[in-house]
Design a protein around this ligand. Structure first.
Ligand SMILES: [Zn+2]
Ligand SMILES: [Zn+2]
Length: 241
């Protein structure tokens, strides 16, 4: 390589790092052309999107013709509506586990992109963004709160401020093996509202990574009662079948 070729080679390397012609699929890691959607065709064809007929409140997939799910019919939710662009299964589930526990912080931005697209589609406007809190011990172990990373990226895309007004002050037992009632009991009193004034008369958007039973969102929303309206969002929704 002569001097000129070397310079061209370096220039190409720099350009490639700023404008890569290939990026990695956020779900499976495969190299794909750098277009709008950072998800490969295989993953796109794998039922990853939370679409079809869904509960108008909690966004869970329900039978055609129904408007709300049995749970929302039975008990009024503390939030007006929740949006979750993806289905919490297979590759989406793996990617979210990576995001939550494997330091894959780079996923926050593409995940936030997908959430903001859904918020726009559903014409949801809000004043402030409130992340679901993590206990400080959990944050110390992971190095970050995934919900906060999502909130910050949603903030960048929407120019709305993040207000970290909820605090998890009791370390709760692992929620995975608990049903809705048990989760609710486990969570009650583990989260507190730090600053009531920040949310007063505001339209709030609560942000979490995954919605499984909706118990966490319910507790958070119940603490934000002085807000004008409460919406919620997460990357993915568990479909209870
Ligand atoms: Zn993929
Ligand atoms: Zn519902």
């Amino acid at each position: 390589m002569n001097f000129k070729e070397k310079i061209i080679h370096i220039k190409d390397k720099i350009l490639e790092s700023i404008f890569p012609s290939y990026i990695k699929c956020i779900l499976c890691g495969k190299d794909i052309p750098n277009f709008d959607m950072p998800i490969c065709e295989d993953c796109l064809n794998n039922n990853i999107f939370n679409n079809g007929n869904r509960c108008s409140i909690c966004d869970m997939q329900i039978k055609e013709g129904n408007i709300v799910c049995d749970h929302c019919k039975e008990k009024k939710r503390n939030f007006k509506k929740c949006v979750c662009p993806l289905n919490y299964e297979n590759k989406v589930r793996q990617a979210l586990i990576k995001f939550k526990s494997d330091n894959a912080k780079y996923l926050a931005q593409p995940f936030a992109d997908l959430i903001v697209k859904r918020l726009k589609e559903d014409k949801i406007n809000f004043d402030i963004i409130v992340p679901v809190p993590s206990h400080k011990k959990t944050i110390k172990q992971r190095g970050y709160n995934p919900a906060m990373l999502l909130a910050e990226n949603i903030s960048k895309l929407t120019q709305k401020p993040v207000k970290d007004v909820l605090c998890k002050n009791v370390l709760t037992k692992n929620q995975k093996l608990l049903n809705y009632q048990q989760r609710q009991e486990n969570l009650q009193n583990s989260i507190i509202l730090l600053n009531k004034e920040e949310i007063k008369d505001k339209i709030v958007l609560i942000v979490d990574d995954v919605v499984t039973t909706g118990a966490t969102l319910e507790i958070c929303a119940s603490l934000l009662k002085s807000a004008k309206e409460i919406y919620a969002c997460a990357v993915a929704r568990n479909q209870i079948k």
